[in-house]
Design a binder for this molecule. Structure first.
Ligand SMILES: Nc1ncnc2c1ncn2[C@@H]1O[C@H](COP(=O)(O)OP(=O)(O)OP(=O)(O)O)[C@@H](O)[C@H]1O
Length: 354
């Protein structure tokens, strides 16, 4: 769902998480310099605690904000956790009746843009950046956004998921089992960037036992049995490197799901997904729909995460529903991301699809 035109932004709020995995001071200075060269107004907020990014966005976007003119661009400099906080704040404002981005806010049935998001990757996995820009260097991306360069940057409205149990928006994806276990393993690994998850997932796999599970897509059972993981998205990659949803489109109004059954040994998941070959294996199934339910069937709590955050909910299921076109965000033209991300991958409906 690309927008009709991609006018260059004029006023930015730059939200920086100085504690994010790779947020060096010189990176932040370069981002601010580029923004100040191009834009009419730039304000910056350095986060001080969890939740601080969302507070800053909500404050800047509120009509009564004393902080200056309302931004039409929010640049998130941080990792996937920071991006998620910003997305949450933007989607709440977008959903508010009469908000600039809310459906019908133009009065003519059209959809006017509120503030759009741009990401500068400064975290650990940076899957959010990757799903929008593939491997393009952040400087090129940001320059294209600031110039409103339609050849290199597009303002898109992409789908979000919503975790029905909490109401939280889901950008990258939500995953049960092994990926969630990988987040626990990552806590004790000191490496930065993608290396952290490159080490964490094999470590998690070493002690992982598949759980009895079921995955339902729009009321139809896609998988039932021993389960290594079920990933709903969203983004094609998790952890910035593991290709789980090779056919996922960000703006098709649907969620994709990949289930890895116990036919695949947990230790095989990381190498296969890094090579883009996981979907070729027997026991891996894919589906697509509007409402995806992932359950654990033995009465124990389902271990799952979304957007890289472990969910500490003592529930046997997660339910993800699609919010079509819910987020305005800058990214590369769709063809560019699709071409790069599907190298070596078989599209949905290929050998692994049920
Ligand atoms: N000043 C701060 N001090 C402590 N925690 C913070 C601060 N600012 C933000 N946070 C929290 O830190 C968490 C992790 O940040 P972020 O996701 O940006 O970096 P990361 O963990 O290195 O990257 P990734 O999520 O890609 O693995 C977020 O949940 C965020 O809310």
């Amino acid at each position: 769902m690309p927008t009709a035109a991609s006018p260059a932004p004029r006023r930015a709020l730059v939200v920086v998480n100085p504690t994010a995995g790779t947020a060096r001071p010189d990176l932040v200075e370069q981002v601010l310099r580029l923004c100040r060269e191009r834009l009419e107004a730039v304000s910056v907020h350095r986060t001080t605690h969890r939740g601080s990014a969302g507070e800053a966005v909500r404050s800047a976007l509120s009509a009564s904000s004393a902080a200056g003119p309302v931004p039409d661009l929010v640049v998130a400099v941080g990792g996937d956790g920071t991006v998620h906080e910003v997305v949450r704040a933007l989607s709440v404002q977008d959903a508010a009746p009469g908000a600039p981005g809310a459906a019908g806010a133009t009065g003519g049935g059209g959809r006017r843009q509120g503030a759009a998001l741009a990401i500068v990757p400064a975290g650990t996995g940076n899957s959010g950046y990757r799903m929008l820009w593939a491997e393009r260097p952040w400087r090129q991306s940001l320059q294209a956004v600031l110039a409103g360069d339609a050849g290199a940057a597009r303002l898109r409205r992409i789908d979000l998921g919503q975790l029905a149990e909490t109401g939280e928006p889901v950008l990258l994806g939500a995953c049960s089992g092994l990926i969630a276990q990988g987040l626990i393993a990552a806590r004790t690994i000191s490496a930065a960037g993608r290396e952290k998850y490159a080490r964490a997932l094999p470590e998690a796999a070493a002690g992982f036992t598949p759980y009895p599970g079921r995955v339902t897509v729009d009321g139809r059972v896609l998988h039932e049995g021993a389960t290594v993981l079920a990933n709903v998205g969203g983004g094609r990659h998790r952890g910035g490197q593991y290709l789980l949803l090779p056919g996922s489109e960000l703006d098709d109004g649907l969620l994709d799901v990949c289930v890895v059954g116990a036919e695949v040994a947990p230790a095989e998941v990381a190498p296969l997904a890094r090579q883009g070959l996981l979907h070729t294996r027997r026991g891996v199934v894919h589906g697509r729909g509007r409402r995806i339910v992932v359950e654990r069937l033995d009465g124990r709590a389902l271990l799952f995460e979304h957007d890289g955050e472990l969910q500490h909910l003592n529930w046997p299921r997660m339910t993800v529903e699609v919010l079509p076109g819910a987020l305005a965000i800058w990214g590369a033209p769709k063809e560019v991301v699709t071409r790069v991300d599907t190298q070596g991958a078989v599209p949905l409906g290929g050998v692994a699809a049920s």
